[in-house]
Structures are given as C-alpha cells and as structure tokens.
Ligand binder design. Sequence first.
Ligand code: HSE
Length: 331
Amino acid sequence: MRVGVFGATGAVGKELVQVLGDRGYPVTELRLFASTRSAGTRITTPFGEKTIEVYDPAKPPRLDLALLAVSGDWSKAHAKELVAAGAVVVDNSSAFRLDDDVPLVVPEVNAGAAKGARLIANPNCTTAILAVALAPLQAEFGLKRVIVSTYQAASGAGAEGMEELETGLKEVLLNGGTAKNSVFRHPLPMNLIPHIDSFQPNGYTREEMKVTWETRKIMGLPDLLVSCTAVRVPTLRAHAEAVTIETLKPITPEAARAALANAPGVKLVDDVANAAYPMPLTASGRYDVEAGRVRQSLVFGDHGIDFFVVGDQLLKGAALNAVQIAEALPV
Ligand code: HSE
C-alpha cells in the first residue's frame, strides 16, 4: 500500500507512522507531508529514513491510503483532492465528522460503517475512548443517558500543548517560578482548566458537544442523552473520564464488569482492594482503554452504574483508531 501521512511532524502524525510500523501495516511506500517549515527534514521511521515533503495541490500524490493529522481547514481544502487522486482518506480533524455521507468510525463499535467509503472521519479523542467502553454496555443493557466528566491531557492540544506543560512544570518545580501559557487559556501546571475549545450558546464547550454529537453518530443512537464536562488537567497523553450511565435494562456492577472485560479494545482494571484502577500512568503508551471503578449508581439504582475509563489520547484517541480504520478496509 502506498501510504501518505499528512501532518507527519505533529504529535498525532508521529504516532501514525509509529503505529503503522508497530502493527505491521502493509506499507510498500511511505510519504510524509508537513508544512514548509519542516520541508526537507530527514526523519527515521520504521520504514527507513524519509524526507518530509510539502503537499502540492496541483500534483496530488498517488496514494492508496492518506492519513490526515492536519487542521480542519486543511482537510476541507484538500481531503477530496486526495480522494480524487485515488486515495482512501482517514481524516483526524472535525471537518467532516458530522457529514451524513462521511462515516465516523471506531472499529470496535461500527467498523461496518466504513465499508465502501473513500473518506472516513476519525472521531474526537475523548469520544473514541468513551465509545469503546460504552459499546458493550449498550449491547447488553441499552443506554438511556450518559453523563461524563473528562480529565484531558495536554497532548489533546498537540505537541505545543505537551511542551507548554513540560516547560511550565520545570519552571514551577525546579525554579520556583510561574508557568507561562499561550496554548492553554490559563497555566496548566498545578491547575486544571474547565474549558476546552470555544463556548457554545448553550453554555457547553465545543469539545463537550463533540462528545454528545459524535457518540450519537458512532453508536447509531441519534436520541441518546449525553452531557459532558470537559476539563484539561496536567497529564501528558492519556485522557481519563468519569462516566455515569442510565440503562434501559437492569444492570449490576458484576454484569457490567463482565461485559467490559470481554469487549474488544477494553482492559478491565478493577481491583480496588489493591488500589488497581485505570490511570493515565498505566494507560499511556497502551492500545487498550482501561475501564474500572465500576459501581452501582446511587442516582439510577439498578438501572445505572458509575465507572472510570482512561485511554491514550494519541493512540486510541487518534493514531491507533485511524490505523485500525485502515486495517478494516478491503485492500
Ligand atoms: N480536542 C481534544 C483535546 C483532542 O483537546 O483534548 C483531540 O480530539
């Protein structure tokens, strides 16, 4: 397969290249594209040393697969050119996610939706991680309402966000200084920020509404009630989520644990006696979404549970999911 990675020098782009290698994706030719700033840079990949190229819209490359980790504006301007030039495009931006004719795919949940599509959207990171854990619970118990509070890592704001957190932590901890911020609205070290993306007229942020809109589309449940509070926390690359669900059928913690333990893409970590539960420390760098802290909901009684999930934002929340979409496509 001739594969192109667009935005190859960014946090997600680098992971895309790594995941293609780690999973043995059948790459016969790999081309890496980024902005003019990086043009000509040589980088080492699992497929040998490669030179960063700049995309020329007048001459779209001939690719079988294009993985886009670029801005929504770039995707809107160029994704369809790449499709016209023969590629199947998996786009990590929000440009097409809610378009009726573009499938939004988490392979463990709705792989079939990608069938025959030439342009496929990769979901918002928080939503992809959540959907993997909700799917087995929906299948067995039916979902009525979902309430989620997130603890989102700096990587959600890209390599610049990670760098701002690391630099700020050093400044505060080593020099006793004050963390500067330009990527995040407020300094992130020793803080958390209940504000990710722009505020919407209904008081939710766009990040929070993405969780509602995209969960509904991925799960094929257009009327599912989903309320999210999205919070940025000073972790590096794994998003955590506290989830409460109300179910249509009765549910017990034991039955929920069994469903989660058998679900693809989920690792049940739920041994509170030994203080074992999902954490960014253990989920970072891993493919599986950790789920645990399962308990009966005090609010919804026998029709609800509370639980906690953590997934690597750059992997299941982005690059891994995109490569899994590609793997699910007919070659
Ligand atoms: N918007 C997400 C975040 C990242 O800021 O954490 C990617 O979906």
